[in-house]
Design a protein around this ligand. Structure first.
Ligand code: FES
Length: 197
């Protein structure tokens, strides 16, 4: 007996299975490539970590350097010589030491004293106006007589004096700004606040 064409035709499910198994197999990823990728990742993380470590170490080194070698503020000495008493003309204000040491040397009515060149209002440096015979502050207009007593503007009190003496070694006038004398406390009568010219 011969088979009919219907009997030899394969089932549709079997056909699909055969087609699937006929597709070429996907090639497996080589193990060496995987290792290469993970090695590259490791090195990039190591580089980031190294940069971070270097930056942190640099910061620590800078902080240590600043601790070991701090900034030093060089200020003019508070005590300094201004020359012999004969250098200061009577009834005059000497401005030679304002810029370098912040004092006016005043020879006034037989006394030599050092007025500190700081306005007693808010601390601006006053100017000596020879023609008007007064100190004038450029900030808010306070005015002081030649002896340092205030007479105009917002300042509440006179200029301050620095200690003044004669250096026994060379006879020069020695000024010491570390010691101040305030008129309102009666300190201008202190013999350390003036020299007899
Ligand atoms: S600071 Fe001199 S008047 Fe104000």
């Amino acid at each position: 007996m011969t088979e009919t064409p219907e009997e030899t035709k394969p089932e549709p499910a079997a056909q699909a299975s055969e087609a699937k198994s006929a597709q070429p197999a996907k090639p497996a990823k080589p193990a060496a490539a995987d290792a290469e990728v993970s090695r590259r990742g490791f090195f990039s993380w190591a580089a980031v970590a190294w940069v971070g470590f270097t930056a942190a170490a640099g910061g620590c080194l800078t902080a240590w350097g600043r601790f070991m070698f701090p900034n030093v503020l060089y200020e003019p000495p508070t005590s300094f010589k201004v020359g012999p008493p004969s250098d200061f003309a009577p009834d005059a204000v000497d401005e030679r030491f304002v810029e370098s040491n912040g004092v006016f040397i005043v020879n006034d009515q037989g006394q030599l004293y050092a007025l500190i060149a700081i306005c007693t209002h808010l601390g601006c440096p006053p100017n000596w106006l020879e023609a008007q015979n007064k100190f004038k502050c450029p900030c808010h207009g306070s005015g002081y007589y030649r002896n340092g007593i205030n007479f105009e503007g917002p300042t509440p009190r006179p200029l301050e004096r620095a200690a003044i003496s004669i250096d026994p070694d060379d006879g020069q006038v020695l000024v010491d700004k570390a010691q101040k004398f305030l008129w309102e406390r009666g300190q201008w009568d202190d013999p350390s606040s003036f020299l007899t010219a």
